[in-house]
Design a protein around this ligand. Structure first.
Ligand SMILES: NC(=O)c1ccc[n+]([C@@H]2O[C@H](COP(=O)([O-])OP(=O)(O)OC[C@H]3O[C@@H](n4cnc5c(N)ncnc54)[C@H](O)[C@@H]3O)[C@@H](O)[C@H]2O)c1
Ligand SMILES: O=C[C@H](O)CS(=O)(=O)O
Length: 487
């Protein structure tokens, strides 16, 4: 394999191992992976379909009894070995992630470590998967509640966080005693393959974790959703696809975890710390070039501070370096594909056509390709498509408001309910607005630094269940009531 000029020796070494590992002697078909920064070819990976998916399910089913029978500590020891290997290879893993997904290398490194921390946390939490002894209702009876692993889990993950969205599912599943089959996104399979390679090195028994790479998702998903051996489906992706999978899982009544789309409001009141709010807007809007489920999508600024906020935000955005993620000073990488660029351009065009004003940007970046210029729109209104669509691009859209009641109604006027951001120093307002917002997560004067110990997830059409926290572990167990008589 030719050495990639932008990768370190360690990055090239791991990429070579990953590409070799990603080819399967028993799978002739392959599909190509490209670098979104310049469209260049990175390598080929196995293009699997229904037969390989069924083989993966069979392997997971065969491995389940022995894996579930291990003690939580034994499972934790293996998970911790995986955690250590990921950290030892974090720089190389980050380079591979940036190469296939495009985000700035520093963000990719942050994602690798963030994702690894779920493994460490759930390795420990698996030891605290307590059941209950219920006070008996009769002297000769005893009531026990057991928590048992669900069994074989199917997982389907997105391209925007191609490493951490896998570890955020795999680690609680395996800590609980489940086994898993993961289908990563076709744009970013290398991060998944690299994780599997390190899992094997860490001592994962055969069949405990199975990666199925495919150019077309439907064939793999069709087998995962139809199989009676797959007892749970954990999906992270768009609400559109989440609904498809929900329907497909109905025939086998699978447990579901759905981490879906968002339309995050970012609300700034007159009493907010404006500099902190602007820094928060920069962090939540431009991470991964805006390609995050919890990315700020609508910025509501109360009238008394709107002009000052817009000027501060414009100044902060003005010199955001746009370029390939492996270039040291890049802050905004490419979008994932041409369709993403077209969608962002269409949303901006619709807003401008209906009266919004572009204070900054508003067009694809002069670099061309998949780069879009950081854009600041003002005078945005609810009747514009950008208000009801997940932008997934580096576009900050600013709306005005006057009162609490008005902004709560506007913020909630969406089928989504993942994350919301609230900037105020009025403690009464924190509770009035925070409790009224219909979202799974509300960050107050904060940028929602998601972490393994807290529940991540949405309400309404942003999903079902939670990832991270003890709630995330409980999503991988079944409750069994053991009723003992004749005592
Ligand atoms: N809530 C969260 O935690 C979270 C995290 C990351 C991304 N997301 C959401 O994911 C979306 C972006 O990711 P994406 O573009 O990869 O989403 P997507 O729904 O297009 O794809 C997600 C995964 O589903 C697969 N897929 C696509 N069509 C399918 C089908 N018909 N049947 C089965 N599988 C199918 C894809 O191959 C991919 O692996 C955004 O909406 C974003 O908000 C949510
Ligand atoms: O895209 C959605 C991810 O879940 C973002 S985060 O890394 O969990 O904040």
């Amino acid at each position: 394999m030719t050495m990639h000029p932008d990768l370190s020796p360690a990055g090239n070494a791991l990429l070579a191992r990953t590409l070799a590992y990603g080819k399967r002697a028993d799978v002739a078909a392959t599909f190509a992976v490209h670098n979104p920064a310049d469209g260049s070819f990175i390598g080929d990976v196995a293009d699997m379909g229904a037969p390989e998916t069924q083989r993966a399910i069979d392997a997971a089913k065969a491995a389940f009894p022995a894996w579930a029978a291990r003690t939580a500590r034994e499972r934790a020891d293996i998970l911790r070995a995986w955690f250590r290997l990921i950290l030892e290879n974090q720089e190389a893993l980050a380079e591979i992630l940036t190469l296939e997904q495009g985000k700035p290398r520093a963000e990719a490194l942050g994602e690798i470590v963030f994702g690894a921390n779920f493994i460490e946390w759930f390795a420990e939490e698996g030891k605290r998967l307590y059941g209950d002894i219920v006070p008996t209702h009769a002297p000769d009876k005893r009531c026990l509640v057991l928590k048992q692993p669900i069994g074989v889990v199917g997982a389907i993950t997105p391209w925007n966080f191609p490493s951490s969205m896998i570890t955020r599912k795999v680690s609680p599943a395996l800590a609980a005693g489940c086994t898993i089959v993961v289908k990563p996104a076709e744009d970013t399979p290398l991060s998944a393959i690299a994780l599997q390679l390190l899992a094997e090195e860490a001592g994962f028994p055969e069949g405990v974790m199975n990666i199925v790479t495919a150019k077309r998702a439907e064939a793999v998903a069709g087998v995962l959703t139809a199989s009676p051996d797959v007892r749970k489906l954990s999906f992270t992706g768009s609400t559109r696809v989440g609904k498809i999978l929900m329907r497909q899982c109905a025939d086998t009544v699978k447990k579901l975890s759905l981490e879906l789309g968002g339309n995050s409001p970012f609300i700034v009141f007159d009493d907010a710390d404006l500099d902190a709010a602007v820094a928060g807007a920069m962090a939540t809007k431009f991470r991964n070039a805006g390609q995050a489920c919890v990315a700020t999508n609508r910025i509501y600024v109360q009238s008394g501070v709107r002009a000052a906020f817009v000027e501060k935000l414009r100044a902060a955005m003005e010199d955001l370096p746009v370029g390939p993620g492996l270039e040291a000073d890049t802050r905004i990488g490419p979008l994932i594909n041409p369709a993403a660029v077209a969608k962002v351009q269409e949303l901006v065009g619709d807003a401008l056509g209906k009266g919004a004003e572009a204070v900054l940007g508003g067009t694809p970046h002069p670099r061309g390709g998949l780069f879009f210029a950081p854009t600041l729109l003002v005078d945005v209104r609810a009747d514009m498509a950008i208000a009801s669509t997940e932008i997934f691009g580096p576009v900050a859209a600013v709306y005005g408001f006057e009162t609490e009641a008005e902004v709560i109604a506007a913020a909630n006027d969406t089928p989504y309910g993942l994350a919301a951001f609230l900037w105020t120093r009025d403690i009464g307002r924190v509770f009035r607005v925070g409790e009224a917002l219909e979202y799974g997560m509300v960050a107050v004067n904060e940028t929602l630094t998601s972490n393994p110990a807290t529940p991540f997830g949405g309400v309404k059409e942003s999903g079902l269940g939670r990832e991270g926290s003890r709630y995330g572990l409980e999503d991988f167990v079944e409750i069994k009531y053991l009723a003992l008589g004749g005592i």
